[in-house]
Design a binder for this molecule. Sequence first.
Ligand code: TZD
Length: 526
Amino acid sequence: MKTVHQVTYELLRKHEMTTVFGNPGSNELPFLSQFPSDFRYILGLHEGVVLAMADGYAQATGRPVLVSVHSAAGLGNAMGVLVNATISHTPLVIMAGQQTRAMMALEAQLTNVDATQLPRPLVKWSVEPPRPQDVPAALARAIHTAMLPPRGPVFVSVPFDDWAAPAEDSAHFLMSRHVTSTGAVTSTIIQSLAARVAAARNPVLVVGAEVDEPGAFQAAVQLAEASRMPVWIAPSPSRCPFPTIHPLFRGVLPFAIGQLTEKLRGHDLILVFGAPVFRYHQYLPGAYLPEGAQLVAITSDPAEAARAPFGEAIVADPKLVLCQLAAAVARSERPLPQPRLRPEPATRTVPLSPETVFDVLNEVKPNKAVIVNESTSNTESFWQRIGLNRAKSFYFPAAGALGFGIPAAVGVQLAEPGRPVIGVIGDGSANYAITGLWSAAHYRVPATFVILRNDEYGVLKWFAGALKATGLPGMDLPGIDYCAIAQGYGVRAVRIACCDELAAALARSVASDSPSLIEVPIRAVG
Ligand code: TZD
């Protein structure tokens, strides 16, 4: 008779979940015992790092990923960056160990009291199986739930004595299950959308993270070109779902109500694919829609569709609908929108401005590079200056929870060995997950980490101005030697002083088969 342990590893293998991200404690040791040789365990030295590495890996592969963390304390550490995974709909199966069943009622040391409650608001499903033999079925359900639209993290708590328990014979049924969600819409809906695009005087396309997949990325281009529609990326993007070098690309919509509406003024039809309507941040009130405009949003998330305060919504797979609509629209004769103005090259004075850094990065980075960005005060310049022209080339913490950039770059690089991954990380952000550098060094993950060092929480100084907050403590973080820290974790590091040094360091690092960190002193915001 097989054990719960054996059946679980078979199940994980069936779902190709053989890369496990984790940080262990005693409750997790029975699960990790006899770790199969065809699996790999990527150790992170803090659970926030573990979760963000898994987030990057799962987004880049599009597959469910197992995250193994320690009871309450480890799960708690992971929950900061779990907010990002919730918003980016990342299919993570988070598993924490629990005390042995015999001592849970005693609340012995390392009992995760009310285990399922802890991550509840951030996960789609949270369970502690009622009996040991229910563990494989609970994990199977967790995997399917994580992958069904809208995708997202789930949580399973497993008492550690369950692993040695006998599995039920019926567990073999779990191995051959396939759960599919189609998410396509009827041809009537597609024809009606196509007719509305054709009849519109001045339609516009808005794309979000959910359509950053190769097929949909191409379909967005095809739809925009055929219909002669300008294209915006929805606010606070965590992915790049449209080529930023395309003449129809307009930029990223602002994250304030009034300002966003201003950008869409003049359009009579706004089509949104794969983004909430809208994910605002700064409160600048205003009209939700320009006069005379209609908005139709296609999202896989019923909650997003229901809570939008305006517009129509269709709950379906936005990638599929985008492809269906691109194939159905007629070529339009309406005038082509004016191309976006490109910014002038930035002046190359020292200390470098973020604009200069992005110009150099854009010149040096290979076409197929992937950027993981966590540089908060510079996002506008980033989107103006960095050219991205293929799907899955950009990742940003979807909920703005810092501690994502360094580990996510490690996870994306593990998933995409053929593409150089460059993390562009603010110095403040770097400190939330700096131990991710150890995982990069230990597993020889050849990512590049560019640390933009302005010795401050720059964006908070910008926000202080917007919120009229003065006399603030805790805005500066001088005196940190990022090269020394990186070297301490085993990552090669260099501090650059000018553009030429930056270009050379980037080229060296991108060509290398091991990780490196480049510390770039930049002009401060305030
Ligand atoms: N803690 C966590 C986990 N996430 C956060 N988003 C914040 C605090 C608040 N916060 C921001 O939203 S941006 C920011 C903080 C502290 C400053 C980041 O500084 P940086 O980048 O050096 O990385 P800039 O370019 O100097 O802003």
